[in-house]
Design a protein around this ligand. Structure first.
Ligand SMILES: [Zn+2]
Length: 564
């Protein structure tokens, strides 16, 4: 058996047949695929390889990635033999390095002989960073995420939907494995729920879960998703009390299917656009400090007391940021980012995407471009200064946020991009568990059938998180880079100071922050907040220790400074 390391790149047209390596279905072999950096994650199979057509690679027996490339062969001495140098670079999409194994003792001098090799196995590995000026391509996907009537929303059973909840996302394909960003109109997706979402979308996109970032907009008359907590609750007679897990899994499946379908229609991105604008009278800080430096009032989203509404808006990020992707014929998709709790009023049992979702829908209707909205680091931010909870305020807040989006859109400036300007960084963070979390106490509450159900549900969620921390599990902090744009994706409900810090770290770049990836840690405050006796820093709301800032801030700086 002889091994060659090489990469497949197929030319658009090839009249001669210097490398006739047709691989028939009968020759499908399971091989091991390595991502970059090398770590075994997948089995892949070469299904078909026709010189005039493409290579199809089957991953985990489901995902098919089409690869259209030329063929480079690296001989045993490491010498690269490029077979088709005159192929137009626009044709290059992805490159796959692999090892060819032949049962004959071929040499690279006789390509034709090599080409007739009947046994071809692809071992090793992965989309390379060779680039060749490849295009960056995008597809958008969307699916319904409205739960069934009667199923549990975060606080009440679902009575009806005022408007559909949706799951929307983009997939970006460059020189490396695809990247997926997705935002769901739910209150939170946590623990195994989060991993299941990531796995489902990763499989559909032909990528790895760490290149998928799933967010929620955190609407409150909307469901949660946490399969880990549901498993614990099921053991204690409360299966299905937290959320409808069948519906949640169906939604993941539907989202994956719409993503898979969208990848048939990838379009080339020639430019990325950025625009931002101040939003008038929406965000305000929820923590009103007294003269002693402690939180004197929590300015909840619906604040009835005019004196508390009259307090200054406090630390916020007033800007809505838009990042758009452009092709030859115009815009292909818009991402918007704004940091605030989204609820104008809730506890109604009427599912709805609330004012940020409404603003997004208004804009999408106007621009006719798919818009995916992300909640920023809005943990300590709400509309309380501008909202007494009257139902009519929901539309007013939506309108004001939509106006900000409109201005940001009008101010969009574009820069040319290719796949070489596109990258993804991951920092794995071990979060410190709150020292007030006690496994024995939580287990006692969980198993106490006389205890109130909401307390038992909270105990299950806290227990899952505590056990994860004790096992040393990490959460991903990720960052997408495209040209001068960076999008930092944070877990939990981070306070806005993390978003402002990220922007401070790289004033030379356009930095957007999306919060609410894995919902498990709850609120993530600054260290100083934990001494202020507020809501976000309370033991029930924040499941992480004050030292979380020491872990998170340097990681944010690191992903923003990562070389692509
Ligand atoms: Zn919240």
């Amino acid at each position: 058996m002889r091994h060659f390391l090489g990469s497949i790149n197929l030319p658009e047209r090839l009249e001669a047949n210097p490398l006739d390596m047709t691989v028939q279905q009968s020759e499908v072999r399971t091989v091991v695929m390595y991502p970059w950096p090398p770590r075994i994650v997948w089995c892949l199979r070469i299904l078909r390889h026709r010189v005039h057509n493409s290579v199809a690679i089957k991953v985990k027996s489901e995902t098919v990635i089409s690869v259209n490339r030329r063929i480079n062969i690296v001989g045993q001495g490491g010498r690269v033999v490029s077979l088709h140098k005159s192929v137009p670079s626009a044709y290059y999409r992805q490159s796959i390095l692999f090892t060819l194994m032949s049962n004959k003792n071929h040499t690279m001098k006789n390509r034709t002989q090599f080409g007739r090799t009947s046994v071809l196995l692809a071992i090793a590995f992965m989309i390379t960073r060779l680039g060749f000026g490849a295009d960056l391509r995008i597809a958008t996907f969307e699916t319904d995420a409205t739960p069934p009537v009667g199923s549990p929303l975060a606080y009440n059973p679902m009575v009806r939907a005022a408007a559909p909840l949706t799951c929307r996302g983009i997939v970006l394909v460059g020189n490396d494995l695809p990247v997926v960003l997705c935002a769901v109109d739910w209150i939170g997706i946590a623990n195994e729920g989060y991993e299941a979402w990531r796995r489902g979308l990763a499989e559909a996109a032909g990528t790895v879960p760490e290149r998928v970032s799933v967010h929620t907009l955190h609407q409150h008359d909307a469901p949660i998703c946490d399969f880990s907590a549901d498993a614990l609750l099921t053991e204690n007679g409360l299966g299905g009390a937290l959320f409808d897990s069948v519906f949640a899994r169906q939604t993941i499946h539907r989202a994956a299917e719409s993503l898979r379908e969208s990848m048939r229609h990838l379009q080339t991105v020639t430019h990325v656009g950025t625009g931002e604008a101040k939003v008038d009278k929406v965000a305000s800080n929820r923590r009103i400090l007294g003269p002693d430096g402690k939180v004197a009032h929590v300015r909840w989203t619906a604040t009835k007391d005019p004196a508390i509404r009259a307090e200054p808006e406090g630390v916020i990020d007033p800007y809505v940021k838009l990042i758009s992707f452009w092709g030859e014929n115009g815009p292909l998709g818009i991402l918007s980012y704004y940091a605030t709790h989204p609820q104008s009023y809730y506890l109604t049992g009427v599912a709805n995407p609330d004012f940020p979702g409404m603003a997004r829908n208004i804009r999408q209707h106007t621009t006719e471009v798919t818009q995916i909205h992300f909640n920023g680091a809005g943990g300590n931010i709400g509309a309380g200064k501008w909202n007494d909870g009257s139902p009519e305020n929901r539309a007013a807040l939506a309108y004001r946020l939509a106006e900000g989006m409109k201005t940001a859109w009008a101010q969009t400036t574009k820069q040319a991009v290719t796949a070489e300007n596109f990258g993804w960084s991951v920092e794995r963070i071990a979060f410190p568990a709150r020292d007030t979390l006690n496994a024995q106490k939580l287990e006692a509450i969980l198993s106490d059938r006389a205890a109130p159900v909401p307390e038992r549900k909270e105990a299950a969620r806290s227990l899952v998180w505590l056990r994860r921390c004790q096992r040393g599990e990490t959460l991903d902090l990720t960052c997408l880079a495209i040209g001068a744009v960076r999008i930092v994706n944070l877990p939990g409900e981070p306070v806005v100071e993390y978003q402002l810090a990220a922007q401070r770290f790289r004033r030379d770049l356009f930095v957007a922050v999306g919060g609410y990836t894995d919902y498990a840690p709850g609120y993530i405050c600054l260290k100083e907040h934990y001494a202020q006796n507020g809501y976000e820093d309370s033991t029930g709301a924040s499941l992480v220790a004050p030292e979380v800032e020491d872990a998170l801030m340097p990681a944010i700086r690191k992903v923003l400074n990562a070389r692509r």
